[in-house]
Design a protein around this ligand. Sequence first.
Ligand code: GLU
Length: 282
Amino acid sequence: MAAALPYRGRFAPTPSGPLHLGSLVAALASYLDARAHHGDWLVRIEDIDEPRSVPGAAEVILEQLHDHGLLWQSEVIYQSQRKARYQQVIEHLQEANLTYLCNCTRQQIKARGPHYQGYCRERQLAPGKHAVRFRNNATINSFSDRLLGLLVVDAEAAVEDFLLFRRDGLFTYQLAVVVDDIDQHITDIVRGADLIEATPWQLLLWQQLSERQPAFAHVPLVTDAKGRKLSKQNHAPALSAQRVVEQLQQACSYLQLPLHGAKTRGDILQQATVAWQRRWLP
Ligand code: GLU
């Protein structure tokens, strides 16, 4: 058996705006987990959906992480620079007969049900401006989460032939995230619970593209007073450089990490690492 890789974690924000408290919680959890394991922590900018990327947001995010003392190792990578690699992986999956072309519109899919039901699977469309879907034959329904235990996802979502490439010419997040995590030798993926449902799809891609699998850990989402996930759409306030200590304290409180009177950034990160270690590391 191959020797286990050294621990490597990452935070992979989409640069659609500045970080808010919800994104700080995800960033901090993955940072603390890496630190508790004496491993590396990387930052990757997930700007593959270029129309969603806001100019200047990546720089703001990196500055915000820096302000909060969340310092990464190695160079930051940008998905927008890696399209040739994603194309190569799609071709590899195509050769293995694990993809098919699809020209369904969003409206057509929606009219047939909430999930895509394999409409184009056997249609063998001639090459053109089509989407590429993954032929999901070996569906995975559940996975073991390091923090939450065994998670079983919605069966109809799990069987979906998810998109690898969109009709509008963009590689999808599902494809890019897996290719990057493999290429960057990520061993532990710690992120927000909104990605639980996508994890079985990503595991399927891992199975096709790598000899190993990462461990997953999902942390609770921060919600507003109405129970909605904090997001730019809900006008979640951006993290402020003037309130670093308070924001770190709030993020630790969401993660249920007790702090014993820590009042500086360095002390908070130190105490939170110990608390994380006690709580989650065997
Ligand atoms: N880029 C994704 C987001 O900002 C996170 C991807 C991940 O952590 O796997 O929601």
